[in-house]
Each structure stands twice: as C-alpha cells, then as structure tokens.
Design a binder for this molecule. Structure first.
Ligand code: 5GP
Length: 190
C-alpha cells in the first residue's frame, strides 16, 4: 500500500531494539483518513470470506479494526489485557509475551462475543515475533470459531512472526512489509 509506505518513510522513526515508532499516525495520534484507507484495503483483501467478527487486541489495534469493520459491516471485539469488573467472568484466554513491553500478560475475550459460528478476521498494527497474533489465534480456536485471515498494517518480515503464521497456513496479508530497519534506515521487502 503505497500511501502507507510513503507515510512510514516520512514519519517513521527507528528506535533502539528494532522498534519502528509511528506514533504520529498509528500508535498515539491517529490519522483517521489514512486509517480509513487501511480499512478499505483490508475490506478489499478479505472480501467474500463470510467474516462475522473482527478480533484485535487493545489498544493500538482498535482504531484499525474499527475502520475495517465500518467497511465490512461486522462487529469488532478487542481482547482485553487486564481483568476488570466490566468483563464477564466466562472468557476465552491466552498468554501473550509483549515485544515492546518485555512482559507476559493474559488476554481475554468474553465467551459472549466469540463462538463456534464465527468466521474471524484478526487485525493488528504490527507483526513482529507473532506473539500477539498467536495468542489471538488461540482464542479463536478455543472458541471453536474459524480464523479466515490476519490483516497486519506493518509486518517486520525480518522477525519470526510472519513465518510462524505462514507455517500454520494462516491467510496473512500485510500492507507494508519491512525487510530491515538497520542504522535508522527502513527498507521495504517489496
Ligand atoms: P509480536 O507479538 O508480533 O511480537 O508484536 C506485535 C505487537 O508488538 C504489536 O501489537 C505492537 O503493539 C508491538 N510492536 C512490535 N514491534 C513494534 C514496532 O517496531 N513498533 C511499534 N510501534 N510496535 C511494535
């Protein structure tokens, strides 16, 4: 997606530990016009698959999932990272190791919002080592639902997440694929 690649080159900043900072359009301030184009692109890439719900993880996935859902006319469910009184007791759970926070946490989705009739599209901002997506995939499987695809805004192809999902025969589509981000320089994979 050329518009996204252009924006990454203009506004992305490479930080220590292979982290790409894109917080002026994706991770803190949100460029809704760009996210709307991202939503349209995902809707095109995953058209006609009978998707019934979009699943993401709080917080950065929510805006992307919402604008995709607006095109697909299905609900968004986001996995919660903390237990709260607002959350039903009966949940599908999975453990996720966070690449950026260097910690493991439990993510949860109420059983009310995912079941065996669902065809699920997972959407997230980044794919790095694949932990977030593997955790979400586990929630879909535990619910007996069908995972029909994973849509990623920025895939760091030099980390192992993409190959983990491809080995598991997941229908993975990434809008920008980074081959490397060495020495402050971003190189795209295609
Ligand atoms: P994974 O679980 O695939 O290792 O990492 C994915 C999650 O880590 C994403 O949801 C994202 O929040 C965060 N993440 C991983 N790499 C980066 C990065 O380079 N930049 C930013 N901003 N977030 C990242």
């Amino acid at each position: 997606m050329d518009l996204l690649k252009k924006r990454i080159l203009e506004d992305g900043r490479v930080e220590e530990g292979n982290i790409l900072k894109v917080d002026n359009f994706l991770n803190h301030q949100l460029d809704i016009e760009l996210l709307n184009e991202i939503g349209k692109e995902f809707a095109k890439l995953f058209a006609d698959l009978g998707i019934t719900r979009i699943l993401t993880i709080e917080a950065s996935g929510i805006a992307i999932a919402s604008l995709t859902a607006l095109q697909m006319k299905v609900p968004v469910v986001f996995a919660k990272k903390t237990q709260s009184r607002n959350l039903d007791k009966d949940t599908w759970d999975a453990e996720v190791f966070s690449f950026t926070k260097d910690t493991t946490y439990n993510v949860r989705v109420s059983k009310r919002y995912m079941n065996s009739n669902d065809k699920v599209l997972i959407v997230d901002d980044f794919l790095a080592n694949g932990q977030a997506c593997v955790g979400l995939k586990k929630i879909v499987e535990n619910a007996g639902a069908e995972l029909v695809g994973v849509g990623i805004v920025i895939e760091k192809s030099f980390q192992k997440g993409a190959s983990i999902l491809e080995d598991a025969e997941v229908n993975l589509k990434s809008l920008a694929r980074l081959a490397s981000i060495h020495d402050g320089e971003i190189e795209f994979a295609d």
